[in-house]
Design a protein around this ligand. Structure first.
Ligand code: GN1
Ligand code: MG
Length: 360
């Protein structure tokens, strides 16, 4: 790899580099914090996984467009600390939004937002604030010209497409893992038609696409020392999609009493308190939703747990080519954990729908 300091120096950063420290976050990109000598700003360096984000120029243009739009909206609202409230890309010395090194790797730099924290699991109070923040995020982006944005991963949250990939993986059985996991194939197929309903509704003109974050995991939100939401991060997948999928992905990661990859399935259940708090905050801000969108929000939670089950399982069958793993069976463990969450959501579905009704 080209010397890290040389890579950083390609960017228009201020001051002298003190250290470059790798961070253990995310399943896709590699991230580093760049500390500068003295009291200067620090930076956030990322090596972009261009096997997954194939159009890096388009990806970076999306991010620039979205962050500029959010900055404009925050300014209109009279927000003071805008530099902490929205990500700021740092261009290269030649004004590009990314740098391609001599080995073909792609890099980008953001100004680091200091004195913040993120959570992998949160309380109902924090979930309420998170709901408001994601509702507000969608609201601020609701008037952007969607034709200017690309799908950074084509068909990213398209359930029909994910099932095609899955069926392909079953057919190939590349890692020879099918025999022991056939029962999961059956569970997925049983629910396939129901889970493709949003795509069907879209074709019938009953559901619209809006600008979504498409990775509304609880840890993609920064809080300050007083537990106020500061900023929504990880904008790689901001693209057109169904709002129920953003709602659902938050519930998948936050309204779970266990972890995404919990090895003890008994730990995993819907956390209805978190579900209610997030719904309340989200619906307070997301005032633009249609009746069809409102009626399908609770379903969105089931959909995203199902989608993630399918995606982890597909990767397991393919021999772990997509997600970073920490153990040989990690993707299988994740698959079972997400499926357990789905089963719990199925059992709690009436309750989840009632909660949405209560706050709509
Ligand atoms: C990936 O990299 P990270 O952890 O932010 C994935 C999401 C999945 C998530 C599962 C580009 O997100 O779609 O929901 O893992 N991102 C991509 O935890 O595939
Ligand atoms: Mg992500």
């Amino acid at each position: 790899m080209e010397n890290m300091k040389n890579i950083v120096k390609k960017f228009n950063i201020q001051g002298e580099i003190d250290s470059i420290v790798p961070l253990k976050i995310g399943h896709i990109n590699d991230s580093f914090i760049i500390k500068m000598k003295g009291n200067a700003l620090s930076y956030f360096l990322q090596k972009i996984n261009h096997h997954i984000f194939k159009d890096v120029a388009g990806l970076q243009r999306n991010i620039q467009l979205v962050t500029d739009h959010l900055r404009k909206k925050l300014k209109e609202k009279g927000v003071k600390d805008i530099e902490r409230r929205v990500l700021q890309l740092v261009p290269t010395q030649t004004g590009e939004l990314y740098y391609k090194d001599n080995e073909g790797a792609y890099w980008r730099v953001y100004v680091n937002i200091e004195n913040t924290k993120s959570y992998d699991a949160i309380t109902p109070e924090l979930a309420y604030l998170a709901g408001e923040a994601f509702g507000d995020f969608q609201c601020m982006l609701s008037d952007i010209d969607t034709t200017q944005l690309i799908e950074t991963i084509p068909n990213f949250h398209n359930m029909e497409f994910r099932l095609e990939e899955f069926r392909e993986a079953v057919k190939k059985n590349a890692a020879g893992r099918l025999a022991a996991t056939q029962w999961m194939v059956d569970e997925i197929e049983k629910r396939a038609e129901e889970m493709c309903r949003p795509e069907q509704m879209f074709r019938e003109g009953k559901l619209v696409k809006r600008i979504n974050h498409c990775d509304t995991k609880v840890n993609n939100m920064l809080f300050d020392e007083n537990d106020q939401v500061i900023c929504i991060v990880d904008l790689d997948t901001v693209m057109p999609g169904f709002v129920l999928s953003d709602f659902g992905d938050f519930m998948r990661t936050a309204a779970n009493t266990g972890a995404e990859d919990d090895s003890n399935l008994d730990n995993i259940n819907v956390n209805t308190e978190i579900f209610e708090a997030y719904t309340k905050g989200y619906l307070k801000q997301a005032t633009f939703l249609s009746e069809a969108e409102l009626n399908n929000l609770a379903f969105g939670a089931k959909l995203l747990s199902y989608m993630q089950t399918v995606r982890f399982f597909t990767d397991y069958l393919n021999g772990d080519t997509y997600y970073k793993i920490q153990s040989p069976d990690h993707n299988w463990q994740r698959t079972k954990a997400q499926f357990k969450l789905l089963q719990s959501q199925e059992q709690n579905f009436e309750k989840m729908k009632e909660i949405v009704q209560k706050y709509k």
